[in-house]
Ligand binder design. Structure first.
Ligand SMILES: Nc1nc2nc(S)n(CCO)c2c(=O)[nH]1
Length: 161
């Protein structure tokens, strides 16, 4: 039995019934062997980052405890996205659900298709603010600034409420 690792997932959706998509993703992840959901942030309404001309996103961050190695965790996540009809059309475009691995213990992973900590999380209010809500004192491996400091330095155009 592998040791359990604390990990944080970022979930986002801006297509279709956004609350339903989040609920279904949470339900599916909670059924995955090797994944236990510890806590889930509030739902935040967030302005799109990346491709700006698209619908408003709903975002959450969840803390999990997992015995799955990172690659296996990613595989399970991609499977949940696929089941929720995540169609990868336009990069940065609208999606029914997007699940990112933000943190996996204190690990730093740089692989094709798997970068942890998530490479853009320190610039994204939609990841940092829900993360602050459930784990404000967490240290991001390789980043010297605290979550609060990172949030304080974000561009003001990212609206999260
Ligand atoms: N506000 C917001 N903007 C986003 N741009 C992309 S791409 N995504 C998908 C997550 O990488 C999001 C998102 O989840 N929320």
């Amino acid at each position: 039995m592998n040791k359990a690792v604390q990990a944080f997932l970022g979930l986002g959706t801006n297509l279709g019934d956004r609350i339903k998509s989040l609920e279904q993703a949470i339900q599916m992840l909670s059924k995955e062997l090797g994944i236990s959901i510890i806590q889930i942030s509030s739902v935040y309404e967030t302005s799109p980052v990346g491709l700006l001309e698209q619908p408003i996103f709903y975002n959450i961050v969840m803390e999990i405890s997992t015995t799955l190695p990172p690659e296996e965790l990613l595989g399970r996540i991609l499977e949940v996205e696929r089941k929720l009809h995540r169609v990868r059309t336009i990069r940065w475009g609208p999606r029914t659900i997007d699940i990112d691995i933000l943190l996996y213990g204190n690990e730093i992973i740089e692989q094709e298709g798997l970068q942890i900590p998530h490479p853009r999380m320190t610039e994204r209010a939609f990841a940092l603010i829900p993360l602050q809500e459930i784990a404000g004192d967490i240290i991001i491996p390789g980043i010297r600034r605290s979550i609060n400091e990172l949030i304080a330095h974000l561009p003001s155009d990212q609206v999260v409420r």
